[in-house]
Structures are given as C-alpha cells and as structure tokens.
Design a protein around this ligand. Structure first.
Ligand SMILES: [Zn+2]
Length: 294
C-alpha cells in the first residue's frame, strides 16, 4: 500500500516539475505557442499538453520529448545524479560542418551530446538510467553516446544496479564514420558482460529507434518495452520498399507490428511507463536489498 501511495506521490511530483518549466532550458520564446499534434493536427495549449506528458488527448500520438524531460517523467524527484555530463565529441574524420551541428545540438538541448546517463530511483528502486536525446542530431550514436553508454553499464555492474535505457535515435552518426559503427560492437559487448553477471537490462524503445541503435543495445534488453506507434527497425520503410520493390504491410515497423512479431515484449502508454518499470524493478530485486538494486 505504501508503495502505491509512493508511486502516486512521485507521479504528482513529476507533473508539478513539468508544469514549473524547470527542465525546459532555452524555450522561453516558445512558452506560449500552441503545439500541433503531428498526427491528428489538433492544436493544444503547451501547458495542457505538458500535463498530459506530451501525449495527444485526441489520438494518443506520443510526441517525441527531450532526454531531460524523459528523466523528469521517469525518475523520482531530485534523485537523479547525472554522470559524465562533460564528455563531448571531436571531429574524428574531419567531416564538413560537423562542429556546427554539434554546437547547434548543444544549444538546442543543453547536453554535450545525444545521451544523458546517471543514477536515480524509479518508484523507489535505484537504477542506472540511460536516455538518448532525439533532439540532438536525431539521437544518433557516435563515440560519446557509445562511451557514455558503456561507462554507465560498467558502473551498474560494479554497483549491482539494474539498467534502464530509453532509446530515441535515427541510428549511427554518419559524421563519425567507422568510429560510430564501432559503438554498436562496444555497447553490445558491455551488455553481454552485464548479462553474464546477472544484471537486469530494461530497454524502452520510443519513436524512432532505428539503424545502429536498434541493431545493437536497444534490442538486447532482457525486457523490451515500447511506446505506442513508435517506428522501430533498421532501415526505414521507404528504403526497404525501394530495395525489394514491394508494398509493405500496414503498420510495418511500428511498435504494435514489432510486438506481434516478438521483438517487443509490451507496449506501454507514456503515462504508465514509470509504474511499469518500477514494478519490473521491484519484481527483479534481490531479497534483503532495500534500495531495490540487484
Ligand atoms: Zn493527435
């Protein structure tokens, strides 16, 4: 019962935090603008949509949200301790304009790259939390994303914590060439080590989870959850259609399709995500460990 009230309290605190604009960073100029649902085109007052966790009340479209907002939605109030926030990327293959793209991403999100990692509690259970930021160069995985992911999982291994990773990514970061592709092997290898030691890895797939991220750690969860209607796959539907010269079935690569075909264990509404993850962490905790770690 206590747990139930605790969960409710945390949920309300998160909503309060969302309303207070604490995590919105440099969005002052957009504060009063209405937001249009990309799916049904209904327009909503920003504050209303915020209180609905950025899910359209009319058509249930789950709007993409920043990594910081995701942390506020999922993690118990003021329990999140960010790790390695200062890691930032160079331009390893001298890709034209890459520095400018990084700079724009930093200004837009307030992060140094497309990932946030840290330790926090979800409904009272301590976990290592990893969130990709789709608003930073489409959440693409370069050396910093790979390195921070790996360091986070190693930290979890050392401290007997479960790992919760929320993905939102277009795939590997082409501006880092082969260095970005190597992150697929690196992140997969650390998850394998973590798994061998009995660690629990919950992977949450949100719109979109594609390319090198879905082809590496995102699909390696012991439990894989997904938000409704998220695009999940490797190559996009248009590329596949052009390649095989066939029309793809309706809903191809959406969460519901992937759940039906066994790639996703359960589709979870954003509103329920925190409680579902909290319940899973509670079910898998080892007896006698009050902080919920494995
Ligand atoms: Zn809508």
């Amino acid at each position: 019962m206590n747990n139930l009230f605790g969960a409710r309290r945390n949920h309300l605190t998160s909503l309060k935090e969302l309303r207070s604009e604490k995590i919105s960073g440099n969005k002052k100029e957009e504060k009063h603008k209405d937001i249009e649902c990309p799916s049904c085109k209904n327009e909503y007052n920003r504050a209303l949509l915020k209180s609905k966790l950025y899910v359209c009340p009319n058509c249930n479209y789950h709007l993409p949200i920043s990594a910081r907002r995701r942390v506020v939605q999922l993690v118990d109030y003021s329990t999140f301790q960010e790790q390695k926030a200062n890691l930032s990327s160079g331009n390893p293959i001298g890709f034209p304009e890459y520095e400018n793209k990084l700079k724009a991403g930093r200004e837009r999100t307030g992060n140094n790259d497309a990932i946030i990692t840290g330790v926090g509690k979800i409904n009272g259970y301590k976990a290592e939390i990893i969130v990709l930021d789709g608003k930073f160069m489409m959440g693409s995985m370069g050396t910093v994303v790979g390195e921070k992911f790996t360091l986070a999982v190693e930290y979890a291994m050392k401290n007997n914590l479960p790992v919760v990773a929320v993905s939102a990514s277009g795939g590997a970061r082409m501006q880092e060439g082969m260095f970005s592709l190597m992150q697929m092997a690196k992140t997969s290898a650390v998850i394998e080590k973590f798994s061998e030691k009995g660690g629990l890895f919950i992977s949450v797939l949100t719109h979109p989870t594609m390319g090198g991220v879905s082809a590496s750690f995102a699909m390696l969860g012991d439990i894989i959850l997904a938000e409704p209607q998220a695009l999940i796959g490797f190559a996009g539907p248009r590329v596949i259609e052009q390649t095989i010269k066939e029309k793809l079935p309706n809903g191809f690569q959406r969460s519901e399709f992937q759940e039906k075909h066994g790639f996703v264990d359960r589709i979870v509404q954003r509103e329920e995500l925190k409680d579902v993850i909290g319940t899973l962490l509670g079910l898998h905790k080892k007896d006698g460990n009050s902080n919920g770690s494995l």
